[in-house]
Design a protein around this ligand. Structure first.
Ligand code: MN
Length: 421
């Protein structure tokens, strides 16, 4: 039995505008705007270098349903390069680029298979005149598809590898809109060897075999909420052997959130030096990618009150940005948050007999995760964290995160109260 090799990508969001980043300088803004297309070009390069049999794309090629002709022409350029090398491309559309907004005015290269939206279709993958695999899929015909599409996939003969292409939200994931919901059990019983999924922007292998169920994640982050590496999967699939799934980063810009403890800093210059040091480390870690960094200053420091005075923080940020302006690849500090606290003696405040000591004792009570305060807080927060819209912007919080947040709130309160005395 022959093995096949293919590239699986999804959620390219070509020509996505910048999201949730303000006041970025225009040369870097342009680089970030190009990053979705650059990443797609990198995927095409990998497919050609690796001499794969085909490329499968599991939806959200464009960022919006009113896709620009520009984005479509660029996408077609990439497919042309594959077609010239005899590499077939199989495409389904997702909620961001449903078929009812798909341009019919363009000619697509040979060997490009676009799945219809009204039924599951299966196309053969042919090598040297022989059918070596079958690729089945269905597109979103409109944006809001809330039915489970998996039961429509036909059973196969079991003689050649089969790949299923689908833009879907695995049922349990409440962080994303429940488009075309399905479950691991549904997918496992559909007679596929590999499920090439799209929609969830974080790469994950939900099942390694029988069948493999894979989200490659988006190919390029488009906002600070999507941190970490992004790319595609290079897959080797043969009947009766465990699939080999290799994630390859293709992104050209990356978003990172980090914090710096400034408790050892004696002067504002020390803080600036620490931030610059971190920028240096982050650039080295990102190996030739542009970086958007969101930083938080933390720790107890005598500098706390100085940092909170007047426009100190507003002055530090442009100063640092300016000093990194000429570096390439670029690094940009998108936000500089302040989570520091003063160096007051907490024990002394606790022993007092006043409003401040009451505040400290309330927060001391929160140190016990079983306390009834927490029960109230969790009740209030639940709706926010189980809602898909809330989850899109907020990470799930562990007990440790909540305790950390409570301490932060205590420090904020005490900073204001102790200073006011
Ligand atoms: Mn998407």
């Amino acid at each position: 039995m022959k093995t096949i090799r293919f590239v699986h990508c999804a959620d390219l969001h070509i020509d996505s505008p910048l999201k949730r980043i303000s006041d970025i300088d225009s040369p870097l803004g342009e680089l970030l705007r190009q990053s979705t297309y650059q990443s797609f070009c990198n995927i095409i390069d990998i497919a050609i270098e690796e001499k794969v049999d085909c490329v499968v794309i599991s939806g959200d090629i464009y960022d919006s349903a009113d896709r620009s002709l520009h984005a479509q022409l660029r996408f077609r350029d990439g497919l042309n390069r594959l077609s010239e090398k005899g590499i077939a491309t199989y495409i389904v559309h997702g909620n961001h680029d449903p078929l009812n907004s798909w341009s019919t005015k363009l000619d697509w290269p040979d060997n490009v298979f676009i799945f219809p939206g009204n039924r599951v279709e299966c196309y053969p993958l042919v090598r040297d005149g022989e059918v070596i695999a079958e690729i089945c899929g269905i597109s979103f015909k409109k944006r809001d598809v809330y039915e489970n599409l998996v039961p429509q996939f036909p059973a196969g003969s079991g003689e050649i590898p089969r790949i299923g292409l689908l833009h879907t939200n695995i049922l349990a994931n409440t962080a994303h809109k429940p488009y075309a919901p399905s479950s691991i059990a549904d997918l496992s019983n559909a007679g596929m060897d590999y499920w090439a999924l799209g929609h969830i922007h974080k790469h994950s292998v939900l099942q390694v075999n029988s069948p493999a169920i894979v989200y490659p994640g988006c190919s390029q982050s488009t906002h600070p909420g999507e941190s970490g590496e992004k790319g595609c999967c290079l897959v080797t699939l043969g009947h009766g052997i465990e699939p080999e799934i290799q994630f390859i980063a293709t992104d050209t810009a990356r978003y990172k959130t980090d914090s710096i403890d400034i408790s050892c800093c004696v002067t504002v210059d020390d803080i600036i030096a620490s931030i610059n040091h971190m920028c240096e480390l982050v650039l080295a870690e990102m190996s030739s990618r542009h970086v958007v960094l969101r930083l938080t200053l933390s720790g107890r420091s005598d500098l706390d009150s100085e940092l909170r005075r007047g426009s100190t923080m507003d002055d530090i940020l442009p100063h640092i940005r300016e000093s990194w302006e000429d570096r390439f690849p670029r690094i940009w500090i998108d936000k500089l948050n302040l989570r520091t606290a003063g160096t007051y003696d907490l024990e002394l405040l606790r022993r007092g007999n006043d409003f401040i000591s009451d505040i400290v004792s309330i927060y001391d009570g929160l140190e016990n995760p079983q306390s009834e305060h927490w029960e109230h807080i969790r009740e209030r927060l639940e709706a926010l964290f189980t809602n898909w819209r809330g989850q899109k912007y907020l990470d799930t919080m562990s007990e440790v995160d909540l305790l950390e947040l409570a301490r932060e709130a205590r420090d904020w309160s005490l900073n204001m109260l102790v200073k006011a005395e």
